[in-house]
Each structure stands twice: as C-alpha cells, then as structure tokens.
Design a protein around this ligand. Structure first.
Ligand code: ADP
Ligand code: MG
Length: 320
C-alpha cells in the first residue's frame, strides 16, 4: 500500500529562519508516527503545512493521494487536527464545542449524542460540559480540543502536543484514547517534545532538529542503533579475573567492559535482552558467582544525543 502521507522536500522559511528544511517523510496507513524534537524543531510548522493552514516555501506533500498545494479542500476532508494553540469561541461551553464539531462532521443525531458523551466521559470532562471554555484550565482546554478529533474519528488525525499542561492522570487517559483512535483505524501524526510520550505511543518516531529530519524508525530500532547503548552492571561475589573480562569482551554484542571495582563490571552492549542470558550462562559454566545484575536501556534522548551531541533538554534550553 502506498504511504497515506508522503512528504517531499517540504520547506518553510520565515524570513531568515528555516523552520522546516527539505523534509522527506512517509507515514504508513494505520500507524502512529511520533514527531519528536525540542521546542523550535519545526514540528508545528510541519503540521500547519500538512493541514493546509500555511503554504510551503518549497516542496510539497500528498495526504491520501491529494497534494496539499493543489487540493487543500480534499486534504482537509481527510484530516482532524488538534492544534497546539487552539483558537476557541470563548462564549461556548465544552459540550457546545464538541457537539458542534460532531455536527459539522455529519454525525447523525443519536450517534452524535452518544459519542460526544462517551468521549467527554472518557476524558473526564463530562462534569465540565456546561462550563464556558474560558473557565477551564489550559490542560482542560487541550482535552476539549482533543475531544473534537475523538468524536470525528478522522481518516488521519494530526495532534500537536496533546498533553502539554495536562496532569499525570489526564496524560494516561489521553494516551489511551489516542491508542484507541489508532486501533479504530485512524492514522495519527503526534508531535511532541516529550520523550516518554513519543516512546510509548509511537509505532515509529521521526526525530526533528532545526527543521531537519535526523532519523525515523521504530523506537526499538532507534535505541538498538546506538552502538553500545545498553548498559549492564554485573556485581560479582569475587574479584573479576582478566580471563573473565576477556570472555565478556568476546561476545560480539559487547562493545566495552569496564572494571569499576574489583568485583563490579560495567558492560556497554547492544541487544541487552538477547545477550544477558548468554552472559549469565557463561558465568555459571565458569563457576563465577554473580551477586546482582542491573540493566538499563538507552532512551530516545540518547538517540537524539547520538545525532546532535545534545540531549533534548539541552537543545530546548539553548533554543537551537
Ligand atoms: N509565524 C512564524 N513567524 C516567524 N517564525 C516562526 C513562525 N512560526 C514558527 N516560527 C519559527 O520557526 C521555528 C520552528 O517553530 P515550530 O514549528 O513552532 O517548532 P516546534 O513546534 O517544533 O516547537 C522556530 O524557530 C520558530 O520560532
Ligand atoms: Mg510546536
């Protein structure tokens, strides 16, 4: 099947600022694609071009086969958007906004009422349905914005920073809802600067920095691609011999072994879940008693750091 979204050399300049720089990316039908990057990476600008709110300086994209430059109306029919900074009618209540949106999307009466209620309940917003949106917190307004897309169930949902300003419990609710939307058949682009959010939700993650795509793959492949990115510490009962350290270095997945203390070894390796059982077996066979073992996996932040030399947090701070 051809990709549902095909982005080709998509570029946006604001004066001298290259907000999006010749972006090439494909989104497969039915996946959640996480668009991850620090503030200012170009995520929102990319999204605003895809949903035909702003025009590209150069390049283009097709959405469901329609070119965003030539057929913006067709593109909009396929898409539901959660904007990073939603513009809302301040006099409206939560229920009005979501219900009106469902109406515009052509949901029949009974179905509409049922779905609006269900979504507001699921987002823990039902009790706030009669409140004017100006009386809601930022996080709650974000949920109202998300509710619109959830009732709509668009072919393609484009969601910009869904949980900014939302508390932890709210975040988990929203994450569940986004997964459900995907399971019901929507393809989703999710822009976020939160590593954890991108990691747990995305089928694939595209990491952006300074308007450019650094890399795009499954979270697991990205983490595995960092050579020696997994860390395992093995606490031995007795001092480690040179022979044992040599044996550990002989595993092809092991990149380096450091002897932190006479009895404590730190291994930098790949494919931790495959190689650790093999290491334990070897140590057992050679009668080397192990007291404890501690594993940690690289995060998407390590992937980002691998490509930029900065953690996402650092990139956020310096604003580059
Ligand atoms: N309307 C605009 N006018 C001028 N500069 C803009 C505008 N929108 C975004 N930018 C700049 O483009 C870059 C990318 O911004 P944005 O797409 O919002 O990034 P992100 O969503 O990843 O935080 C930033 O340097 C930002 O300041
Ligand atoms: Mg943004």
């Amino acid at each position: 099947m051809p990709p549902i979204i095909q982005i080709t050399n998509l570029t946006k300049k604001f004066g001298n600022i290259m907000a999006v720089d010749h972006l090439n990316l494909e989104v497969e039908d039915g996946e959640i694609l996480g668009l991850l990057g620090p503030n200012g990476a170009g995520k929102t600008t990319t999204i605003l071009m895809l949903v035909t709110v702003i025009r590209p300086t150069e390049g283009t994209a097709t959405v469901g086969g329609y070119d965003i430059r030539k057929n913006p109306d067709k593109v909009r029919e396929l898409i539901g958007v959660v904007f990073q900074e939603p513009k809302m009618l301040w006099v409206s209540t939560t229920w009005d906004i979501v219900n009106w949106h469902a109406k515009v999307c052509g949901l029949p009466n009974e179905e509409r009422k049922r779905r609006v209620r269900q979504v507001l309940e699921d987002l823990d917003m039902w009790e706030h349905r009669r409140k004017n949106v100006h009386a809601l917190s930022g996080g709650m307004r974000k949920r109202v914005e998300l509710a619109k897309v959830l009732v709509q169930r668009p072919k393609i949902a484009i969601i910009d920073e869904p949980t900014a300003q939302v508390d932890v419990v709210g975040k988990h609710r929203i994450w569940n809802m986004i997964c459900r939307l995907r399971d019901e058949g929507s393809t989703i682009i999710l822009a976020t600067n939160e590593l954890y959010e991108a990691d747990i939700l995305s089928d694939r993650v595209a990491i952006m920095h300074k308007g450019k795509l650094l890399v795009c793959d499954t979270p697991k492949t990205l983490k595995d691609s960092i050579i020696g990115g997994d860390i395992v510490e093995i606490q031995l009962e007795n001092d480690a011999s040179t022979a044992i350290i040599g044996d550990l270095k002989n595993f092809k997945e092991v990149v380096n072994v450091l002897q932190i203390k006479p009895t404590l070894l730190r291994l930098y390796l790949n494919k931790v879940e495959e190689v650790v059982p093999k290491i334990m077996n070897m140590l057992l066979k050679k009668n080397v008693p192990v007291t404890s073992i501690h594993m940690s996996e690289p995060s998407l932040d390590d992937v980002f750091a691998h490509y930029t030399g900065l953690t996402i947090e650092e990139a956020q701070k310096v604003g580059v």
